[in-house]
Design a protein around this ligand. Structure first.
Ligand code: ADP
Length: 252
């Protein structure tokens, strides 16, 4: 995250919870940003999806399973999943260097690990599944939007999965727990906690915490994340159905 100096931050810290109890963008504490999900947005990838959570817009593309190259990375009993998270140079207000940063390398790993538990890799030995997560516009919560989009792209590629995965970041701002934090809340809040889950199994596949939460706050934050994830899961199902239901009906 882009961090400012402490003195600079205190001097210009905006008010994040307004007099009326709402957030700077008018949301209630437990409200997601307006979201949109579209599946199959690219014709050359095997699977793709676009996920928008407010000002955060993320595109995911999946290729595979395909023969592993170079051959020495292949595993005899399952597919290897590779993931690249990348922020487009135009995705932030200051141009971001297109070269992979330490943060992007870390996020590529956590997104991959957040998806691996659902993919039935054992069905495709000696192959690779490549996931590309491209952040088109960043306003907080790009890793979780990236996971939500990548899960849709995997499903769109027809890769067998145990469940979908959806993610959202919960934060603490001015002592209050809030769902789906934007960049301002991420930057000036006291804590942020990205969470991803397999919604049907209620199993967590990604959990990070930046900042400090008490044990009770942690429990509450997790419940808040689960509520958001279940709503996003419904939206994921609808996005998949809106592409595949007409196709299935045509074939009947
Ligand atoms: P996440 O996007 O998953 O919340 P971070 O907490 O690292 O990950 O980043 C929070 C937000 O800070 C991002 O969503 C983005 O809006 C902003 N940000 C991150 N990296 C940069 C960067 N290099 N330049 C400008 N803004 C950035």
């Amino acid at each position: 995250m882009r961090r400012r100096g402490l003195v600079e931050m205190e001097a210009e810290k905006p008010k994040l919870i307004l007099e009326n109890g709402l957030r700077t963008d008018g949301r209630k504490p437990d409200e997601l940003r307006p979201y949109r999900m579209v599946v199959g947005i690219l014709s050359n990838a095997d699977g793709s999806a676009l996920v928008e959570m407010g000002g955060t817009h993320v595109l995911a593309a999946v290729y595979g399973p395909r023969e592993a190259h170079p051959k020495h990375i292949a595993l005899p009993d399952r597919a290897v999943i590779r993931c690249r998270y990348h922020m487009a140079p135009f995705s932030t207000s200051d141009r971001k260097s297109p070269a992979p940063s330490r943060r992007e390398i870390e996020l590529s790993k956590v997104i991959r690990e957040g998806l691996e538990p659902v993919v039935l890799t054992e069905l495709y030995p000696r192959t690779t599944i490549d996931i590309f997560v491209e952040v088109l516009q960043a306003d907080g919560g790009t890793r979780t939007a990236g996971i939500t989009a990548a899960a849709l792209a995997l499903a769109d590629a027809g890769i067998p999965m145990k469940d979908l995965v959806a993610g959202v970041a919960v934060g603490k701002v001015e002592g209050m727990l809030v769902l789906d934090i934007n960049e301002l809340e991420d930057e000036y809040g006291e804590a942020d906690m990205p969470v991803a889950m397999m919604p049907s199994f209620k199993k967590i596949t990604l959990l990070q915490l930046n900042g400090v939460l008490s044990p009770d706050e942690f429990e509450e934050a997790l419940k808040l994340a689960e509520k958001g994830i279940m709503e996003l899961y419904q939206a994921q199902r609808e996005a998949l159905l809106s592409k595949y239901k007409p196709i299935a009906e045509q074939e009947e």
